[in-house]
Design a protein around this ligand. Structure first.
Ligand code: CP3
Length: 337
C-alpha cells in the first residue's frame, strides 16, 4: 500500500514543513488492549503466537484502528534472536522472560548460527504482510547486541549486577565474542526487515544503562557497526534506557533518539537530531482535564519543531486505560491543521 502519511518519516529526516507533531507510542500494541488479550488468551506461549504472520499483522493493526497514530511497529519481540539461536524463551506472568539456559549458569553457552536467519523468516513475512496493509510508515526493530547479551547472561530480566560486572572483567574475551556473534545476526535481521518493507529501524538498548564508562566499547561500537551495515537511507532510532544521550550523540552516526522519561528533552531539541519519546506513560492515569492540559502543552511547545516525534519514555503498561490514550491522542490530533 502506498504511504499516505509521511510526517513521521519527515520528522526523522528533519524535513517536515507542516505544523504537525507525528505520534506513535512504545508498546502501542499489547496487554492494555482488550482485543489483544482476546487473541493472546488463545495461546499459552507468546512465541507460538508471534510465529504466525497473520496474527502479527492483526496485533499491529489493532492500535491503528483505535487511535490516530502516524506510524506502526511490527508486532514481534527483541527476544526472537536468542530463540532462533537455540535458546528458547518463555514468558511467565509476573516474572517476565525466562530462558531455557543462560551464560551465568553455563559459561560455555553456545549460540547456534546454523539456519538462525531462516528461523526468523516469520518476522520478515509479518513485516511484508503488515506493510501491504497500512498507509503509515512501518517501524522494524531489534534489540542491541549488548541488551540481548544481558538477557542471555542472566537468562531472565536482570536484577543485581555484581556477577555480571565480574564476568565482564574476567571474561572480556568471551563477552566480545558473544557481542560479535549477536552483531552479525542483527545486521542480517535488520537488512531482511528493510527488504521486507520496514521504513525505519528502532534499536532498543534497554539495558544500556547498566554500563557507564564501558558503554561505548560494549554497546555503542556494536550498534554503530549495525548502522554502518545498512545499505539504504532508512533512518535508525536509538532507544537507551537510564542513560543520558549527551555522551552518545557525538559518538554515533545515529541522528534520532528515543529519550527515556529521565532525560531532559528541551536541552536536546535545538540540535540537528530528531528527538522522540520522553512522555511518562504514568501520565495516562491522570484525569481528562489534566490530560487535556498536557496535550495542549505538548502541542504549543513542539508544533513548530521539525525534529520532534511525540512518544513515551517507556512502554505502555497493562494497567493503562485505552480510553485515556484515545482521549489524549484525539486532543492532539484536533489541533492539527
Ligand atoms: O506495539 C509494540 O510495541 C509491540 C511490539 C513489542 C513487544 N516487545 C511485544 C511484547 C516491542 C517493540 C517489544 C520490545 C521489547 N521486548 C523490549 C524493548 C523495549 C523496552 O520495553 O525496553 C524489551 C526489553 C523486550 C523484552 C520483553 N518482551 C519483556 C521484558 C517481556 C515481558 C513482559 C513485558 O511486557 O515487559 C516481553 C514480552 C512481550 N513483548 C509482550 C508484548 C506485548 C507481553 C507478552 C504477553 O502478552 O504475555
Amino acid at each position: 500500500m502506498t504511504l499516505k502519511n509521511r510526517i513521521f518519516l519527515e520528522a526523522l529526516k528533519r524535513s517536515n514543513d507542516q505544523v504537525n507533531i507525528p505520534v506513535w507510542l512504545l508498546r502501542q500494541a499489547g496487554r492494555y488492549l482488550p482485543e489483544y488479550m482476546k487473541i493472546r488468551s488463545q495461546y499459552s506461549d507468546f512465541f507460538q503466537m508471534i510465529k504466525k504472520p497473520e496474527i502479527c499483522k492483526e496485533l499491529t493493526l489493532q492500535p491503528l484502528r483505535r487511535f490516530p497514530l502516524d506510524a506502526a511497529i511490527t508486532f514481534t519481540d527483541i527476544l526472537t534472536i536468542p530463540d532462533a539461536m537455540g535458546i528458547p524463551v518463555e514468558f511467565i506472568a509476573g516474572k517476565g522472560p525466562v530462558f531455557s539456559d543462560s551464560i551465568q549458569k553455563n559459561h560455555l553457552l553456545r549460540l547456534n548460527h546454523e539456519g538462525a536467519l531462516k528461523k526468523l523468516e516469520y518476522v520478515f513475512e509479518a513485516t511484508a504482510l503488515i506493510k501491504a496493509n497500512i498507509e503509515v510508515p512501518l517501524i522494524g526493530f531489534t534489540g542491541s547486541p549488548w541488551t540481548l547479551f544481558v538477557y542471555l547472561y542472566y537468562g531472565k530480566s536482570p536484577k543485581s549486577h555484581d556477577e555480571l560486572y565480574n564476568y565482564l572483567e574476567l571474561q572480556s574475551h568471551n563477552v566480545h565474542s558473544y557481542l560479535e556473534q549477536l552483531t552479525d545476526i542483527i545486521k542480517d535481521y535488520v537488512q531482511a526487515q528493510i527488504e521486507a518493507g520496514a521504513d525505519c529501524i528502532q534499536i532498543f538498548d534497554s539495558w544500556g544503562g547498566l554500563l557507564d564508562q564501558e558503554y561505548e566499547e560494549l554497546s555503542l561500537s556494536y550498534i554503530n557497526q549495525i548502522v554502518a551495515s545498512i545499505q539504504t537511507d532508512v533512518p535508525v532510532i536509538l532507544y537507551t534506557r537510564d542513560k543520558l544521550i549527551d555522551n552518545i550523540i557525538d559518538s554515533t552516526p545515529i541522528k534520532c533518539f528515543n529519550l527515556d522519561t529521565s532525560d531532559n528533552i528541551d536541552k536536546h531539541l535545538g540540535k540537528d537530531i530528531t528527538i522522540q519519546g520522553n512522555f511518562d506513560p504514568k501520565n495516562f492515569h491522570a484525569d481528562d482535564e489534566a490530560l487535556k492540559e498536557m496535550a495542549q502543552m505538548v502541542w504549543t511547545k513542539y508544533k513548530d519543531r521539525k525534529n520532534y516525534i511525540f512518544n513515551l519514555g517507556s512502554g505502555l503498561t497493562p494497567d493503562v486505560n485505552p480510553e485515556k490514550v484515545e482521549y489524549f491522542l484525539n486532543q492532539l490530533s484536533s489541533f492539527r491543521s
